[in-house]
Design a protein around this ligand. Structure first.
Ligand SMILES: [Zn+2]
Ligand SMILES: [Zn+2]
Ligand SMILES: [Zn+2]
Length: 338
């Protein structure tokens, strides 16, 4: 499975702090070790994207108090890697502390165990869920309103789903839920791309949200709750304004030849009004999100791209290797890595 993330860029004025030619800001990009047999690329990619995510990095830095689990504490392990990113003189750092904490925490579920490859999207999601638990251990995830919970304050999409009949107006009971990663099937996405191109419409970069929404509601047909005979589509309504939105692409086919089509559909910007059928929050209606990070999967290996705000450069992270990439080079590059 490969996935692509859409993140909101932090506010303006950031270019001022960067002096062209300066190596100071780029010194904060470091590689992460992945020794033979460790299979830590899924974790390394997730950590690199989290670290480059300004909103997340700054929020985590300000947090200190948490329910600590000692040796197996994901919160402490992540903090320690972030401190080393900041302070170490090494160009490449080990991610073992977090790898061990993850394995310890998910021992009973037999997930993220040492030496075994795992899913980067699920790793990313689980790190966020664990941060929530380390901050507000007693609040269920759908009811968290803690101001210090980065996971819910910055990443959570609070949604409800409902079937509403356009013909007779009947509706099903709304089903509220919270998600940190919005998953979309690549097969459904490519069908939407074909449909658009079939109508002789050009794929515009601002259509990405609409394409994702259409892909997410295909196949989700039900018969009208009042039995008027109509088949009706599901509606998803966003009730808050998340600062960071993460899209997870689900590669439903084992041998996928959809890579090029998926890449063609990607847009650098995302409107929440396009992504959901309705948006109730006024800020969310106006907010436009910018792509700032991606995790890609190819040949059983994960790597990541992330936007480095201070230098306005895209960086490529492949375990110990860190490279600057030109924006125009990212598209063909992706087709290689997705
Ligand atoms: Zn701790
Ligand atoms: Zn929370
Ligand atoms: Zn009806």
């Amino acid at each position: 499975m490969a996935w692509v993330k859409k993140f909101k860029k932090t506010g303006g004025g950031l270019k001022k702090s960067y002096q062209p030619g300066s190596m100071v800001s780029l010194a904060l990009t470091k590689g992460l070790l992945n020794e033979p047999g460790q299979n830590s690329c899924f974790l390394n990619s997730a950590v690199q994207v989290l670290w480059q995510l300004d909103i997340f990095r700054r929020s985590l830095r300000q947090l200190s108090g948490h329910f600590c689990l000692g040796d197996g504490c994901i919160f402490c392990a992540l903090k320690s890697i972030f401190n080393q990113f900041q302070q170490s003189r090494e160009r490449v750092l080990p991610s073992d502390s977090l790898r061990n904490a993850l394995a310890e925490t998910f021992k009973n579920e037999q997930r993220f165990q040492l030496g075994l490859m795992d899913d980067a999207a699920e790793c990313f999601e689980n790190i966020l869920e664990r941060i929530h638990l380390h901050i507000v251990s007693d609040t269920p995830t759908d009811a968290c309103s803690s101001k210090s919970c980065i996971t819910h304050q910055k990443f959570a999409m609070m949604l409800y789903e409902q079937f509403v009949c356009r013909c007779c107006g009947a509706s099903s009971d709304p089903h509220p839920f919270t998600e940190f990663v919005h998953y979309v099937s690549t097969t459904a996405l490519c069908q939407q791309v074909d449909r658009t191109l079939g109508k002789n419409e050009r794929l515009r970069s601002d259509m990405f949200g609409e394409l994702l929404q259409a892909a997410n509601s295909t196949g989700d047909l039900r018969s009208c709750p009042s039995d008027c005979g109509q088949s009706i589509k599901i509606r998803r309504v966003l009730m808050n304004c998340p600062e960071i939105v993460t899209i997870g692409f689900v590669w439903d086919a084992e041998q996928s030849d959809l890579t090029d089509d998926v890449i063609r559909s990607l847009g650098p910007r995302l409107n929440l009004c396009g992504l959901f059928n309705r948006v109730t929050d006024e800020n969310a209606k106006r907010s436009e999100l910018h792509l700032v990070g991606m995790i890609c999967f190819s040949s059983k290996h994960y790597s990541a791209f992330a936007y480095h705000t201070k230098s306005s450069k895209w960086m490529f992270f492949d375990d110990a290797t860190v490279k600057e990439v030109r924006m125009s080079a990212i598209r063909p590059f992706q087709s290689f890595f997705l």
